[in-house]
Design a protein around this ligand. Sequence first.
Ligand code: ZN
Length: 174
Amino acid sequence: MDTLDLRIYGDPVLRKKAARIELFDEKLKEFAAAMIRTMIAERGIGLAAPQVGISKRLIIALGMRDLDDASAPPLVLANPVATDRSSETWSYEEGCLSVPGISAAVIRPNEVSVAYQDLAGEERTISAEGIFARILLHEIDHLDGTLFIDHLSSANKSLAKSKLKRLDQYKHLF
Ligand SMILES: [Zn+2]
């Protein structure tokens, strides 16, 4: 089974605003399945289409009930929009398959409601909390060209900077 190539920090596709999904056809289902295979192969818990070079509003998120629930089923969300965020927040160490070797604590809402379309184009909503809410928000950010490192405090950002610079150079060398 084929997996897709991951785009790494420095690749312009990661900074683009992704386009809405308009066509809910067989091709979209195949693409979503390939994204799930890629996420599992890379041991990710979420993946957004721009991370595999496709600037479309499609994300995969493991529906984790808690931090140990890595066997949770993956959920596919097209055109996801966070409609409601709790005012309570929590901080947790995040990483990203597109920013390898870097992790940092990011503050996000405890709970979120997300409106989206499933692979048949049906409108749905989901309420998520904890790690699941965090994954959804991290992946939705990708669709607007935002990376988790953009949420860091300036102190943490400067810590990450030298590593990011190396990633960027690496990307241009290979
Ligand atoms: Zn990411």
